[in-house]
Design a protein around this ligand. Structure first.
Ligand code: SF4
Ligand code: SF4
Length: 155
């Protein structure tokens, strides 16, 4: 009798995953590539419906992924440690879910086998967020101020 091997996300912690396993875990919802605004009084980080200028908001893919930190020094590279500390990661984020001891969602591509499921289920930012490419850097602050009172619909 052969025993079925459990998938890596059920047997390894985030710290134990290989680089390849780590990358494949991302569902490409695009939510972590939305701009964030910090409340000056409370320090609370609010995510708004405007993406980083380097995100293709339809594909929900970074256009400069391999070189992202050089191109965009503000880009936060996700590691097990950053996942632990970045409270603004959405509850649907695979890394956050595993860190919290939860299972991957049924629509996650590693579970259902369909990379488009995250879009079909309305989890991703596709058709929801404005692309940062349309905002001139000089207007970014004003745009963020305007957007900060809107509740971005996570899913
Ligand atoms: S929020 Fe998580 S799952 Fe979604 S794109 Fe970012 S890292 Fe990937
Ligand atoms: S540089 Fe790429 S990975 Fe970083 S926030 Fe922008 S779109 Fe996301």
């Amino acid at each position: 009798m052969t025993s079925k091997k459990e998938p890596f996300w059920k047997t390894k912690s985030l710290d134990q995953m290989t680089a390849e396993e780590w990358e494949t875990l991302c569902d490409h919802c695009g939510l972590c590539c939305l701009q964030k605004v910090e409340d000056a009084d409370t320090g609370e980080i609010k995510v708004v419906g405007l993406s980083c200028e380097y995100l293709d908001v339809e594909a929900c893919r970074c256009l400069v992924y391999e070189d992202r930190k050089r191109v965009n020094p503000d880009c936060i590279l996700l590691t097990a440690d950053t996942v632990r500390h970045k409270k603004w990661l959405p509850e649907t984020c695979a890394y956050r879910r595993l860190l919290e001891g939860k299972q991957l969602e049924r629509w996650h591509h590693l579970v259902c086998g369909d990379l488009d499921s995250v879009h079909h289920e309305g989890i991703s930012i596709r058709h929801k967020a404005i692309s940062g490419v349309y905002i001139h850097p000089k207007d970014l602050e004003a745009s963020l101020k305007e957007l900060k009172d809107d509740d971005f619909e996570w899913s």
